[in-house]
Design a protein around this ligand. Structure first.
Ligand SMILES: Cc1cc2nc3c(=O)[nH]c(=O)nc-3n(C[C@H](O)[C@H](O)[C@H](O)COP(=O)(O)OP(=O)(O)OC[C@H]3O[C@@H](n4cnc5c(N)ncnc54)[C@H](O)[C@@H]3O)c2cc1C
Length: 426
């Protein structure tokens, strides 16, 4: 079993990084070469701006190259909870932002001819307990009131048409959701941004940002040199390095882990996931899984409340293997070929945050539901930076620092214990 991301290993690496030092002056510096940063760089360069992406490691090194491969519409949380907080109209608008985000991914894949196996497979949210199935049926009713007439409830007795396990008590199908090869997509976005004129500097971790007067302009000091930019977009996800203390205090970095099996025959996959949907489960410490473009099962979850590292990933892999076999007993003894982890940029309310603060633009906090939203927000932030403030669906959300959180997530074991207790109780 290889301790590396399947998406990185099965995509050709990005070959268009700018050689030489980071220097000169640009209209926009984008910090971070994941979906947010690359999508923004593409949109800004298409608008005629000179753009430099400065990425600490390599394109897709963060969550964008390490995720579960699901490009889903719908909220991470219950629609009713969002409605109770924001009222019906804004909740519908926020829900539709996820529909628009999946559309954005599909549009960019088509416009740029990115070969990444994009398909509208749909998502299947699975009820881990009988009470969760009742909750999903209520969620269907709430969504049918105006947000999404397409979602469909699948009762337990009809679930065999969707999934080959007795483990779940019902499911909710979101047909607009999609699947794609995330490694090929992130490299394809980087190539598209480069074609449009953006320069992408890898190995260029930002160490210091200095605002010039009260303007939006900054000097951007990186490991490979310094440039001056009239505007700066922070697209750094849950960055653990660099001058982003304000953001670190507002984002909880949560580890999430994934294993990928050996290739399975079509007949075996048809028995496990005949519809090939993107699957998630209703627990706090639940699972997500899908079939890869080359016929393997990708199986992920929070596994342990720890950050990703080689030892941590291997331990989590063993926990996930047990979860996979519990879900699909027929997979006992199946070889695992990949295991890796990544860090999710979780906000307290699990909704993204984007805007401008003290001259810096930012978009992050997608809370594990961001392959589509980060790509979408890259496009949106390009519009916002060009003056269209109304383009941002997340504007106006308050974002206080998390009490007692000064960067290192000392409280993760407590959060883990709390969620385990909640999963046991409800
Ligand atoms: C294990 C896992 C599974 C997931 N599964 C799903 C899923 O199935 N569906 C879904 O919708 N979402 C999923 N997500 C979330 C989704 O992948 C992210 O929301 C999305 O990729 C965020 O993109 P981003 O560009 O904002 O951040 P990232 O992809 O994290 O990119 C940030 C980049 O900033 C760089 N950076 C950080 N600090 C600096 C610095 N100082 N200087 C320069 N560069 C810096 C990093 O190296 C990184 O490349 C998952 C996340 C993880 C970790």
């Amino acid at each position: 079993m290889k301790l590396a991301s399947y998406w990185h290993d099965t995509a050709a690496p990005f070959a268009g990084a700018a050689p030489g030092p980071v220097a000169g002056r640009v209209d926009v510096a984008v910090v971070g070469g994941g979906f947010t940063g690359l999508s923004a760089a593409l949109a800004l360069a298409r608008r005629g701006a000179s753009v430099a992406v400065v990425e600490a490691a390599h394109v897709g090194a963060g969550a964008s190259g390490r995720n579960g491969g699901q490009c889903n519409n719908g909220f991470a949380q219950d629609f009713a909870a969002v409605e109770a907080r924001f009222g019906f109209e804004r909740a519908v608008a926020l829900y539709r932002a996820f529909d628009a985000a999946v559309d954005t991914v599909e549009r960019l894949v088509g416009e740029e001819g990115i070969d990444c196996a994009f398909a509208r497979t749909g998502k299947l949210k699975l009820a881990a307990k009988p009470a969760h199935a009742e909750k999903l049926a209520r969620a269907r009713d709430a969504l049918h009131r105006g947000a999404d007439p397409d979602v469909a409830f699948v009762p337990r007795e009809a679930l065999a048409g969707e999934i080959g396990t007795e483990r779940y008590h019902g499911g909710l199908v979101f047909p607009k959701s999609a699947s794609l090869h995330m490694g090929r997509f992130v490299v394809g976005l980087a190539e598209a941004a480069t074609r449009a004129g953006a320069r992408i500097h890898e190995g260029a971790a930002v160490r210091r940002l200095t605002r010039i007067g009260r303007t939006d302009a900054h000097t951007v000091e990186t490991a490979r040199g310094t440039l001056r930019a009239d505007q700066v977009l922070l697209a750094t996800g849950p960055s653990r390095a660099g001058p982003f203390f304000r953001y670190r205090r507002r984002i909880v970095p949560i580890g999430s882990f994934i294993v990928v099996t050996e290739p399975l025959s079509r007949a075996r996959l048809d028995a496990l996931l005949p519809t090939r949907r993107m699957c998630t489960t209703t627990q706090n410490i639940g699972h997500y899984f899908r079939v890869t473009p080359d016929d393997r099962l990708l199986f992920g979850g929070r596994a342990r409340f720890a950050l990703s590292s080689a030892t941590s990933d291997a331990k989590s892999g063993r926990v996930l293997e047990a979860g996979m076999v519990e879900t699909f007993p027929a997979l006992a003894g199946t070889r695992l070929d990949w295991c890796w982890g990544g860090i999710v940029d979780m906000t307290q309310d699990r909704l993204p945050r984007a805007g401008q603060h003290e001259g810096l633009y930012y978009s992050m906090g997608y809370s594990g539901h961001g392959t589509q939203m980060s790509t979408h927000m890259g496009q949106v932030m390009a519009a916002v930076m060009a003056g269209d403030r109304d383009a941002n669906p997340w504007s106006g959300l308050d974002w206080p620092a998390i009490k007692g959180h000064f960067g290192p997530p000392w409280f993760l074991p407590l959060v883990g214990a709390y969620y385990k207790f909640q999963d046991w109780r409800h």
